[in-house]
Design a protein around this ligand. Structure first.
Ligand code: ADP
Ligand code: MG
Length: 739
């Protein structure tokens, strides 16, 4: 009963050759954005006044009126027609994973029995997808049955194949957001307003603060034939079983190694496609685990970067298939080797420059730098549990806390120099600071930090929120996640910290004005330093420069009062803490009702994921593993039988000692699998009876999920015993090393 399918797919995977990727005749900077209705196209296809209005809408968030929308629709239509486009869709980011779209053709009846092509401002601005099947956490049933999508003019329209794609927000008729983008746009507005006001202490000319995001997308590639022969990968995105390959990542020979040819062809193809769609992809390399890779663009405004990441993830899947691969975006497709994350490099910049840059040349620049670092830390400290909730998912839970990726405790690494700067501000005697002289009536004698040093040497790979020279790197985000979730929380938390900072500074200015009367000192700067000193003390528990993987840190973090919870459904509760609701509501990002609804969706999704995994594990065990193990056991039993025919019984059994042990081991292990599957089924039955999503998710986490690993252990042992020719599923060494 040799397993032909496995050998067949392995053989075919071995033979595959890289595809020829024909690059466009132009250079990348020439075909960059070719399929995007960007400013250059707007300039070409829109009347001058409409173009100006659109730029104002994009840059300054002014309202877009209907006449402008009509004129834009006309220009877009002309461009679309020239590119052979026949359909259009509103593209949005529902609370499930991925993106959603519903395509409509441009055609309309002409009233004379024929058809005309039509696209109007109305169609551009609003569409009603039949949204009843998108999760809303009950919002749509309590309020209004339908949701609608509305154009987000700050993210440009683009073309894929024959379809014009319009980025949109997805909201209910009563105004509740049903997607990631609506609250993201509100969070970005909140941080813009709060940060701009704080910037005015240092530079009254600042008009706008932008939040930037540069993500680094990690992923695995697996040959599609092998993938198809693994029902667990196909249905759950990860392998639920599979013994370690004898060789995996222990030689460190994959990271930054030379890229295999078939993979390089895929990457080239993906990059060309991405660049044409305006995604500024720049970096590609092998990652730590075998068959693991990374792609990263140049950072962009956060809203656009989020859209580009969503788009890139769907492009990856398409392009991979063209090359006979499947792209795995799951955070932990394989046990025992590294999982995949998506570092979110985040910073704030003004229309006049970067805010989180290493200390500048003047004391004022240094003070501004310190302000934004400290207030970012204040936001992260106050909401560390919530930030963890923003990156947590059933799939990312496999990665956090394991000895590879960021631990399940949010802390921040600043590096020696920035830490010294904060210590300096904190410890300098209050009156010393007041007495300091200088051009601005103040001097912070901060040593200058050479930029190169920060970028290259001062790193801590175990920190989930590390300062890396001109930005923070939020490393806990999962590879499959929509970055918006983390970005909504981070930007809102920083906005809240900045609002509170400004209130406290303003409150202290009169006192300092009084005290500093007759001196050259600037009372505003003194008030800022005074508040910063308080805040540096307050947020100190979030600063941690040591090894985030160590057990000592877990204990220490708990002592410091940081959130050390590891259960995914419990972590989601942080969204409903009074502090979180207060933060989101006061900054107009999300209402309590929206937060509650979103949590329902999170818990429900969690349960469904675990439920599907439990079913797949059950099916595979019963239909693939146990029958094969039993067949092999029968073969061994036959051998014992035959030996007894040839030799005296006691001699036969002595000669067959190993086989007898194996027969027994197979029997014990299959029995153990069966017993645990029974437990799994009854745990699910109990959980399914619970009538609220929160309790159900917790039950699935506490009673169902823990059985996965113990069942798997038995299966993986059987994999080592059973004749390789019988084993039905492609093994780790095949999945990970054949490309
Ligand atoms: P690594 O962290 O692996 O060294 P890179 O230095 O290539 O990676 O940068 C990773 C990402 O950080 C890129 O997307 C890059 O554009 C982005 N990045 C660089 N500077 C900033 C910044 N000031 N704000 C946000 N993202 C940034
Ligand atoms: Mg990085």
């Amino acid at each position: 009963m040799a397993n032909d399918l496995r050998f067949q797919v392995v053989g075919e995977a071995f033979k595959k050759k890289p595809l020829d990727v024909i690059a466009p005749a132009e250079r990348p900077c020439e075909y960059f954005g070719k399929k995007v209705f960007n400013r250059e196209k707007m300039y070409k296809y829109l009347p001058k006044d409409v173009y100006k209005k659109m730029v104002d809408v994009i840059d300054n968030g002014t309202r877009l009126d209907r006449a402008v929308a009509d004129a834009v629709a006309e220009g877009v239509m002309q461009w679309a027609r020239e590119n052979g486009v026949t359909h259009y869709t509103h593209w949005f980011q529902p609370l499930t994973e991925g993106t959603a779209e519903k395509h409509d053709a441009f055609i309309e009846h002409d009233g004379k029995g024929g058809m005309i092509e039509e696209f109007s401002g109305k169609l551009l601005v609003q569409q009603e997808p039949d949204a009843s099947s998108f999760p809303s956490g009950g919002i749509r049933s309590t309020f209004e049955a339908r949701g609608y999508s509305a154009w987000d003019p700050t993210s440009p329209i683009f073309i894929i194949d024959d379809t014009l794609i319009i980025p949109t927000v997805f909201i209910s008729y009563s105004g509740e957001s049903l997607d990631y983008k609506a609250p993201l746009l509100r969070a970005l507005k909140a941080v813009n307003v709060a940060a701009t006001e704080v910037c005015h202490y240092f530079d009254p000319d600042v008009k706008k603060v932008t939040s930037n995001l540069g993500w680094e997308q990690e992923y695995f590639l697996v040959d599609e034939g092998l993938y198809a022969a693994r029902p667990d990968l196909l249905l759950t995105g990860r392998t639920l079983m599979g013994h370690d390959s004898a060789k995996n990542q222990q030689m460190d020979d994959h990271y930054f190694g030379s890229i295999p040819e078939r993979v390089a062809a895929f990457m080239r193809d993906l990059e060309i496609t991405a660049l044409e769609l305006g995604i500024p992809v720049k970096t590609r390399h092998n990652e730590v685990a075998p068959n693991q890779f990374e792609v990263a663009p140049i950072f962009e405004d956060t809203n656009l970067a989020v859209d580009h990441n969503m788009l890139l993830m769907s492009l990856m899947k398409r392009v991979a298939r063209k090359h006979g691969f499947r792209a795995l975006l799951h955070e932990k497709p394989f046990a025992g080797i590294n999982g995949s994350g998506k570092h979110n490099n985040w910073s704030l910049s003004t229309d006049t420059g970067v805010l989180l840059h290493a200390p500048g040349k003047t004391p004022v620049q240094n003070l501004r730098f310190a302000t934004f670092i400290v207030e970012t830390l204040m936001g992260v400290y106050k909401h560390n549990g919530l930030l963890k909730a923003s990156i947590m998912s059933a799939t990312n839970a496999h990665r956090l806390g394991a000895n590879e990726a960021p631990p399940a405790i949010i802390s921040s690494f600043l590096g020696r120099q920035v830490s010294e700067l904060l210590d300096h501000i904190e410890k300098a005697d209050k009156d010393d600071i007041l007495a300091m002289n200088g051009k601005q009536g103040m001097k912070l004698d901060i040593p200058e930090i050479p930029e190169l040093l920060i970028d290259n040497t001062d790193r801590n790979r175990t920190s989930p929120f590390a300062f890396t020279g001109n930005r923070f790197e939020f490393r806990a985000v999962g590879s499959e996640a929509n970055c918006a979730s983390a970005m909504i929380t981070l930007n809102t938390a920083v906005a809240e910290a900045l609002v509170s900072f400004k209130q406290r500074v303003d409150a202290r200015i009169p006192e300092f004005t009084e005290r500093l009367k007759g001196t050259e000192h600037n009372p505003v700067y003194h008030s800022i330093i005074d508040v910063l000193r308080d805040d540096i003390k307050t947020c100190k528990p979030i600063r941690f420069d040591g090894n985030g993987y160590s057990d000592e840190w877990k204990a220490e973090a708990a002592r410091r009062g940081l959130d050390v919870e590891t259960s995914c459904p419990v972590i989601f509760e942080r969204y409903l803490d009074p502090d979180s609701i207060q933060m989101f509501e006061s900054l107009n990002v999300m209402t309590k009702k929206e937060l509650e609804a979103r949590n329902e969706v999170k818990w429900e999704m969690y349960t469904k994921k675990i439920q599907i995994e439990a079913r797949v594990l059950g099916d595979l065990s019963m239909n693939h593993i146990i029958p094969v193990a039993t067949s092999y056991q029968s073969l061994l039993l036959g051998n014992v039988e035959h030996m007894r025919n040839v030799f005296p019984a006691s001699e036969a059994d002595e000669l067959n000692a190993r086989n007898l042990l194996l027969i027994k081991e197979i029997a014990q292990r299959t029995r153990s699998i069966e017993e645990q599957l029974e437990q799994l089924v009854s745990a699910r039955k109990v959980a399914n009876k619970l009538d609220n999503e929160h309790a159900k998710a917790i039950a699935y986490h506490d009673t169902v999920a823990p059985l996965f690993d113990t069942i798997r252990r038995q299966i993986d042992k059987l994999e080592l015993i059973v004749d390789d020719a019988y084993w039905p599923l492609p093994k780790y060494r095949e999945l990970l090393f054949i490309r």
